[in-house]
Design a binder for this molecule. Sequence first.
Ligand code: SF4
Length: 283
Amino acid sequence: MPNSTGSSASAIVYHIPLAQLAAYRGQRVIVRSDNPLELATRLGEDDLNNLAYVQLCSLPAGTERLTHWAVDLPIELAVEDPAEDFAQLYRYAKLLDNHPVRVALPVTRGFEDAVRLALSLQFAVRLHVRQPTAPLIEQMARLLDDYLHRPTVAQPIEYFHNLLLGLCREEPVNLWAIQEEDPALIRYVDDRGEERLPGKLSEAEPGSDPAVFVAHWGDTLLAVGAECGECPFFAPCRGYFKWPQRDYDCAGVKSLFHILQNAADEIRGDLAAAPPAGKPHPP
Ligand code: SF4
């Protein structure tokens, strides 16, 4: 997946429907479709070179054709309604024979069970997070605890995973980039071929320069005295959780940031205390 901590910007990735492939040839793309057979037949060798990953929308049937196609190409399964759709994930386990597979799902009713099933099937996970309520934060906290402490959880859960990596390494980290929602890095192309801002920004006005959207949003929050000005996590968050409602209470999401920060500090401390390679422990 093209996900990163956002510390280094690269060329823009376009999230396109398969029908727009011809218009975006030569660009770095994510291609989405609910037709696995069409994906496998219409994407040629040259297309694969510029492909970040393919996204299967609506959990379509008939993915057998993809199992032995474009080996090692990452595949994302988009789950729209976790409570209704999660049992279908079993049908996609075979894709793991030849592909990294990630399940993308909204933090909404039923998402915790869906994430647990995805992880047990060895799928990576990406959480679409908007402005979670307290009960949803509690479920996110349980999943974060599993991610940090359960040896059986071997796959990353985003945004936790890349945020933890960035905090461990004390590198600049950008939650918008981790979530593939920073317009400086990714643009969404709708079915009519119109370019929009990605993810939860899809209804926002792009402004004259979408590449500075996140920086401008952060500046606006600071200028109006939002709680971001006092928040120890503003650098990685950049006002992510204040979109779309600026008055969203961040107490819950900040508690998740604190857990990740403490885990990162602990890991760094353990690494610093470890003896250099090849040097034996003192008796
Ligand atoms: S966690 Fe909330 S208060 Fe802190 S920077 Fe993010 S949006 Fe602002």
